[in-house]
Structures are given as C-alpha cells and as structure tokens.
Design a protein around this ligand. Structure first.
Ligand SMILES: Cc1cc2nc3c(=O)[nH]c(=O)nc-3n(C[C@H](O)[C@H](O)[C@H](O)COP(=O)(O)O)c2cc1C
Length: 229
C-alpha cells in the first residue's frame, strides 16, 4: 500500500494511514502548522498531570547544524553510551521474531542483503538526519522519571503522530537518539538533571521513497487482546 499523504479526517483514518515514515520531501512545514500541533498536544494526559516531557523542536539552520554534528559522530563511530537500551536483552519469543522480521522486511524493500553489514549500518545512519525531515524533535525528561512517566511520554508521542496525520504530515519516532545523548545535551543546552528519552522526525512523507512502502506486521487481535464478558 503506498504512503497516504492526504490530511486525515478522523482518528481512525490517522491511525490507519500512519506508518513510521523514513523518507521525507524537502519541503518545509509552515511554522503556524507546527505551532498548532504542539499547542494542541498540550492536552495530552499524564499521570498526576506531571507533563514530564520537555520538547526541543529544530528546523532550518539549527536542524542542519545539529544533524551535521551528529553525522560527524556517527561517521567517526563515537560511542556515547545510551540513555537506556531500546529492548530487554535477550529478547524472548515471539517479540524476537517480530523484531527480526521488521528488519528483514525493511532491508528487502531497500534491497540491502543480510551480509551487507556496511550497507545496513549506512542506512541506519539516516536516523542521524531525521530521515531527511524538515523538522527534528528531541524529547528530554528529568533523570528521576519513572516507568509511569515514560508511559506518559509515549502517549505524548502518539498525540503528535495523530495531529501530524491530521495536517497531512508524517512522522518517525526514533529511540535511536538515545545513543547520542552527550552531543544532544551539549547542543541543546539541556539542564544537568535531564536526559534524552526519544526523538521524532516530522514532515511531508515522500510517497516515492521505497522504504515508505513498509507496512509492519501486527499480531492478530486474539494474540494480544482478551475480552472478558
Ligand atoms: C518509541 C519508538 C521508538 C522507535 N525508534 C525507531 C528508530 O530509532 N528508528 C526507526 O527507524 N524506527 C523506530 N521506531 C519505529 C518502529 O520500528 C515502528 O513503529 C514499528 O516497526 C511499527 O511500524 P509502523 O510504525 O510503521 O507501524 C520506533 C517506534 C517507537 C514507537
């Protein structure tokens, strides 16, 4: 199914047309559109109304300087020690297979074979340029935040992703940024008591980018959801 770039007319439509977009058009998002999204997202709920997110939105020259600095780090393979790992290790089944399948499906669309380790690494580095999006977002939070606040931040991300679809935009949530916390903290002047939680690319999705044909599988309803009557 090709990438749907229309403005979503309902929440259902926003959910059904959202994918993690990994290729964007070189087209700026009007500031008013961006402000509207983040103004509306203030209504995101959070336990105890803590609103634990701190959001850094970069565009234009700032974004270019930021991605350039991060790309330099990636190229010189600077290891910064991630904020926290993306997954438990080792992963168990079926999650392990789901993760593996996602990677295989993506690299097959990109025509990068399993033994082409360099090719896969180079593709991963696209995270450092927010996949070419005109808007790069970094979410930081207090180092003392607990699991409950991390859930709140997940809800915040989904709110942004839904509002983006309503505006005809696409997004890519990126845990990848947790691998470069020091550079980010320095660049954005993040206070000492905060750390990097997640990032997000936002912009107009490129319907011609092959990677945007990736519709990640989902488990069947009955595998994960149980109704009790
Ligand atoms: C919190 C979070 C972090 C993610 N981090 C990354 C990332 O760093 N790079 C990436 O390419 N995709 C990332 N993803 C995208 C997931 O791989 C994707 O959501 C999942 O495979 C389902 O596919 P879909 O979003 O296209 O429906 C992330 C998703 C979430 C929710």
């Amino acid at each position: 199914m090709p990438l749907n770039t229309d403005k979503s007319v309902s929440v259902t439509d926003a959910i059904m047309t959202r994918i993690t977009c990994r290729g964007f058009l070189d087209k700026p998002v009007p500031k008013v559109e961006l402000e509207q999204i983040f103004e509306t997202a203030r209504r995101t709920p959070s336990g105890g109304n803590l609103q634990p997110w701190r959001v850094h939105i970069m565009t234009g020259k700032t974004l270019a300087n930021f991605t350039e600095a991060c790309m330099d780090n990636v190229k010189s393979a600077v290891m910064e020690g991630e904020t926290f790992p993306a997954y438990p290790s080792p992963l168990w089944e079926p999650q392990r297979s789901w993760r593996y399948k996602l990677g295989e499906d993506m690299y097959s669309l990109l025509d990068i074979s399993r033994d082409n380790k360099l090719g896969r690494l180079m593709w991963l580095a696209n995270n450092a340029r927010f996949f070419g999006a005109p808007v790069g977002i970094i979410v930081t939070g207090n180092i003392k935040l607990g699991m409950a606040q991390h859930m709140d931040i997940g809800i915040y991300l989904q709110t942004i992703m839904m509002l983006a679809r309503e505006a005809g935009l696409h997004t890519a949530p990126q845990g990848w940024w947790r691998r470069h916390p020091q550079s980010i903290i320095k660049f954005l002047n993040v206070p000492d008591d905060e750390h990097v939680l997640v990032g997000m690319a936002l912009g107009y999705g490129d319907p011609d980018a092959p990677v945007n044909n990736l519709w990640a599988d989902r488990a069947e309803l009955e595998e994960l959801v149980h109704f009790y009557d």
